[in-house]
Design a protein around this ligand. Sequence first.
Ligand code: PRP
Ligand code: URA
Length: 209
Amino acid sequence: MGKVEVINHPLIQHKLTIIRDKSTGTKDFREVVNEIARLLAYEVSREMPLEDVEIETPLVKSVQKQLAGKKVVIVPILRAGLGMVDGMLDLIPAAKVGHVGMYRDHETMEPVEYFIKMPSDLAERQMLVVDPMLATGGSAVAAIDAIKKRGASNIKFVCLVAAPEGVKVLREAHPDVDIITASLDERLNEKGYILPGLGDAGDRLYGTM
Ligand code: PRP
Ligand code: URA
């Protein structure tokens, strides 16, 4: 069973408060989302495997460590997931980026896929699916369905704010997927928005309210 990890580092909590605040404008919202994504990338990379490598320091030959193992693919769920990509690439600059376009129908709350473009050989890779919000879980489940259909198997889902309802749905649909979130919030409202949440992440990132 994949794990659910809430990264409640003080810096992350402080930055989350900034983006939850409705008076935070688009520019600051975008910057702080990327800052949190950078901190989450640091936590997510904690488990990356290492291998020995022999090098020469200016003084002696020495066996040291370097990253080994699977190549990383960051998979933002469009639109809002795009807001986390640059922050994650700051720490994992060699990662490839695959895109999944998914929007939530406002009436039915069901996800609708409209775009997908992935690198090759997904089975070989560590996939980091990123989206600021895990609400009903529909978008995350559909995005992970789509990349599994294309061969991905080693998948982590990284978000900023998760609702307990979405965590349950995602864990039931994809029990192998680790969920890493900066916050586990209280609940969803009747329109499927996370409470206390931060509102519509895509609209706040791109100023489309
Ligand atoms: C938001 C968010 C997630 C989804 C979460 O996207 O970025 O993708 O809702 O909701 P769910 O867990 O109930 O599926 P939205 O549909 O608003 O599209 P956008 O990113 O283009 O604004
Ligand atoms: N999507 C968002 O952007 N915000 C929510 O609270 C729920 C879904």
